[in-house]
Design a protein around this ligand. Structure first.
Ligand code: F6R
Length: 612
């Protein structure tokens, strides 16, 4: 979850590296650093905090260097301190290394280099590598790294430089941390993600696992780690535009992404319906296989899991197949019992989440069929699955997920419809009807986002409740995962403690939390559990708490049970989650704004979580 960029070319590159790091900052931002090939050796600067802190100290680093590399860090081994920020230099200052990922055998590696007389200056796993390189360097940094590589265990992507070979950067990766090459004219880039260099070039080459890359100004050479044999990669054009990586007029990425939801939903549905018929390609399983499935298991983390929880209801309802959803980090350590008739859906926006990847790998080993649901093409989870279904939300930069959640719920809806259709639980007419209503959702979401009255109401609520010390979220059935998502949004960006509970469970404990002024957010859109929700809200009101209910436009009966009602447009109950979550995202957003916090970069969080 760190960000990496390297450049070799003819232009002074300090600014290219710094701006590349700024585009990668959403991946990790507790410290950053760069190293450039200066006139008198490797020139390094590091700083704790965002990249702007690095800018402030980078003044003393070479202005003329035409090769260098940078790193933005999300701490794993070692605290957030400058001495733990990458890049690391060897004691003689001739070598530099930076890394995304983890060396799992770092204790051994650190012991080995210490035994050879090296002094470690950081608490990180990465630093050992630079000392190993110094120890074993034979005039060829590429071959030195290739020889050392098999001794590194874990999942990682690293870049290395040697001052004796100032015109090259060597990179290598193992397991899921990605690396991508950017090909320019007389210059080349290597980074963990394309936005790092998209302003300069769109021509890319994806680096494979266990591959070594040698980047020079005029050439990029790929070699197999195993035997050093040459590897070929086509040069492709990157679809992502750099514009998506800019805020496009919004005050934050999160707000921009909330407003991109109509497009994200529409793009996720697009082309998957022809004349009312659903065509969901990518399962990697035939219709016969899908008919044989006797169980669906959904795994994911955080927001992705919440979308899976919505999917669970829909798949049971429409697909007629037993479905459960579990936290990937828990499920992977359970002795899950299943067989080849179990379909596992692994949901991950980034496609890199370590726990989700591990859960799907275990499921595969035990014979299940695994389908990935992700937003990132070619990501680790996409590569490891039997089939891949993509959400098409575009790049999401705000750390708190918004548009990828609604895109995931949209895709889960399509999956449920598809299973219902092939398994004969839904008629073609049902699919066409529900599909028609699904295709109206982008307009309904847009309507909600444009609703001035709702906006004013949310402003009023944010002003009134932003200093409250606790929010309880209550929902039933499909409203429950939406409450869980709303509660997660508020706690992760505003740091206000929240809890989300099944409304029917409230009297079994959480009701004790309610005081005279506790804000209670309820999802009470029209459904077969509406009346039950209404009674639960009465129990809440009897304790003096303030009820803020999300309800369906036209159902004013909710006003007898709630102090504030946020109406969302009417659609069929199964599609309501996509609408109901929007006011909850906006409420969390506005409260956080009132508190003066950075919505895009909540403390301690990272956009991609590639560690357990
Ligand atoms: C919350 C959020 C996280 C992610 C979780 C899984 O806003 O974004 O809870 O949903 O870290 O990430 P992915 O979907 O990349 O596997």
């Amino acid at each position: 979850m760190c960000g990496i960029i390297g450049y070799v070319g003819a232009r002074p590159c300090k600014e290219l590296v710094l701006s590349g790091l700024e585009h990668l900052e959403y991946r990790g931002y507790d410290s950053s650093g760069l190293v450039l090939v200066g006139e008198h050796g490797l020139d390094r600067a590091r700083a704790v905090g965002p990249v702007k802190a690095l800018r402030a100290v980078a003044g003393g680093v070479s202005e003329t260097a035409t090769a260098g590399m940078g790193h933005t860090r999300w701490a794993t081994h070692g605290g957030v301190e400058e001495r733990n920020a990458h890049p690391f230099l060897s004691e003689d200052g001739r070598f530099a290394v930076l890394m995304n990922g983890i060396f799992e055998n770092y204790i051994d590696l650190r012991a080995q280099v210490t035994a050879k007389g090296h002094t470690l200056t950081s608490d990180t796993d990465t630093e050992a590598l630079v000392h190993m390189i110094e120890e074993e360097y034979d005039g060829d940094i590429a071959e030195t790294c290739r020889r050392i590589f098999p001794r590194l265990e874990g999942h990682f992507a690293f870049l290395a430089m040697a001052i004796d070979e100032p015109d090259r950067i060597v990179a290598a990766r193992l397991a899921w941390p990605p690396l991508v090459v950017g090909r320019g004219e007389g210059e080349n880039y290597i980074a963990s993600f394309t936005p790092a260099f998209l302003e300069q070039t769109r021509m890319i080459q994806i680096v494979d696992e266990s591959e070594l890359v040698i980047v020079t100004a005029d050439n990029v050479e790929f070699r197999a780690i195993a035997d050093g044999s040459p590897r070929e990669h086509e040069i492709e054009r990157a679809d992502d535009s750099i514009e998506v990586a800019a805020k496009g007029g919004y005050e934050s990425f999160m707000l921009k992404e909330i407003h991109e939801q109509p497009t994200a939903i529409a793009d996720t549905i697009a082309e998957r319906f022809h004349h009312g018929e659903l065509h969901l390609d990518g399962f990697g399983l035939s219709d016969d296989d899908l008919r044989e499935i006797n169980r669906v298991l959904i795994v994911g983390c955080g927001t992705a899991l919440h979308s899976g929880l919505v999917g669970r209801y829909l798949i049971e309802e429409w697909g007629g197949v037993a479905t459960e959803a579990d936290v990937a980090s828990e499920w992977r350590y359970r002795n899950g019992v299943f067989d080849p008739k179990t379909l596992v859906l692994a949901i991950s926006q980034s496609g890199e989440t370590a726990d989700t990847l591990a859960a799907m790998q275990i499921a595969k080993e035990r014979g299940a069929r695994v389908v990935a649901v992700t937003n990132i093409m070619g990501s680790a989870i996409a590569r490891a699955a039997d089939g891949v279904l993509y959400t098409r939300a575009g790049l999401e930069i705000g750390v708190a997920a918004s548009k990828t959640f609604t895109a995931q719920v949209t895709l889960m809806t399509l999956i449920a419809l598809h299973l219902g259709a092939v398994r004969g639980h839904l008629s073609p007419e049902d699919v066409a009807l529900i599909g028609g209503e699904l295709r109206e959702l982008p307009d309904l979401v847009q309507q909600l986002l444009d609703d001035k009255e709702l906006d004013a109401q949310l402003d009023m609520l944010a002003d009134r409740f932003c200093h409250d010390r606790f929010f309880l979220y209550l929902g039933r059935h499909l409203g429950l995962p939406i409450c869980q998502e709303g509660a997660l949004k508020l706690k992760e960006i505003s740091y206000i403690p929240t809890d989300a509970y099944a409304a029917g469970e409230m009297k079994h404990g959480p009701i004790a939390l309610l005081g005279e002024d506790t804000p209670v957010v309820a999802v009470a859109t029209d459904s077969h559990v509406f009346e039950k929700m209404a009674s639960n809200l009465e129990e809440v009101r009897a304790r003096g708490a303030h009820v803020i209910a999300v309800a369906t436009a036209g159902n004013t009966s909710i006003e007898a049970h709630a102090e504030h009602v946020l109406y969302v447009p009417r659609t069929r109950p199964e599609l309501q989650p996509i609408l109901a979550v929007i006011p909850l995202q906006l409420l969390a957003y506005k409260i956080t704004g009132r508190l003066g916090l950075d919505v895009d970069r909540p403390r301690n969080l990272a956009k991609t979580v590639t560690v357990e």
